[in-house]
Design a protein around this ligand. Structure first.
Ligand code: NAD
Length: 248
């Protein structure tokens, strides 16, 4: 669809919607300087999945933690700032829309931007916890140690990151499904929709034929045919145009 026609339609959908559910992926944060995983410049290869698993954490905890810290650039995580994509969702709330953000991202930028309801289904990179006593640990503590362990003397367990690892259950799935089932408008922003089970939210959204579904992503996904409007364009440019049309 031509960008101008697409954004005009999305602006109309937003005008009519009261409840909006938004699924975001790594693509919403690339304009903040955080690389995604699967587009051409992305960080993904098959080894990544193996090394980001609970099994690998058990098998070689030292290498797991070294890889994890490097992959998510934890030293610099705090310096990233939300961009127009994140701010757009806050502005929708300011218009009086009830917006639920379901994010696959672990960078915390939706919270930083000021979104009220954010479900971080893959957790966050803000810290770690002891899998035995569940004690939480902040990023500062993790960064000090090559192999972060629980300080509880009866425990001494190797810590697990707050990020959901491969082989673990995603978080907040019930509330995410509920938000999608109740919304008038479902928007996907910056996701390849390759990660299960979160990509199934698209099919759940489509069950109700009157609900409007919008996808904004830099490249096609295997779910494109389920959406009412598909925009393959950079997010920042797209949301700025939607905002302009909304106010025309
Ligand atoms: P993905 O890497 O699989 O897909 C990102 C998609 O965003 C790609 O299809 C790409 O074309 C698109 N994209 C990139 N920049 C864009 C832009 N400026 N405008 C429009 N589209 C753009 O990401 P995913 O679907 O979220 O799955 C990756 C997994 O990796 C997630 O589960 C997430 O937990 C994790 N991850 C998170 C971050 C983060 O927190 N910022 C970064 C990398 C990976």
């Amino acid at each position: 669809m031509v960008l101008e026609v697409g954004v005009q339609k999305v602006a109309e959908f937003i005008k009519k919607a009261e409840l909006i559910a938004v699924l975001t992926g790594a693509g919403i944060s690339t304009e903040s300087g955080i690389p995604d995983f699967r587009s051409n410049q992305g960080l993904w290869n098959t080894f990544t999945e193996h090394k980001l698993s609970t099994n690998y954490l058990r098998y070689d905890p030292r290498d797991f933690w070294s890889f994890y810290k490097e992959l998510f650039a934890l030293k610099t995580a705090e310096m990233y700032q939300p961009n127009d994509g994140h701010h757009f969702l806050v502005k929708l709330e300011e218009l009086g829309k009830r917006v639920t953000v379901i994010t696959q991202n672990i960078d915390g930028l939706h919270h930083k931007a000021g979104s009220t309801t954010v479900w971080e289904v893959h957790g966050n990179a803000k810290g770690a916890y002891c899998p035995s006593c569940m004690n939480p640990y902040p990023l500062d503590y993790i960064m000090k140690l090559e192999l972060p362990v629980c300080t509880n003397e009866y425990c001494k367990e190797i810590l697990k990151p707050n990020v959901v690892l491969f082989g673990d259950q995603v978080k907040h799935i019930d509330v995410s499904v509920e938000a999608v089932e109740q919304c008038d408008l479902f928007i996907v922003m910056g996701s390849s929709l390759k990660v299960s089970p979160i990509n199934q939210l698209v099919e759940i959204a489509r069950i109700q034929p009157n609900r409007k579904l919008v996808l904004v992503n830099g490249e096609p996904t295997t779910f494109d045919s389920l959406f009412d409007v598909v925009i393959h364009a950079p997010l920042g440019e797209t949301v700025r145009k939607i905002w302009t049309y909304y106010h025309l």
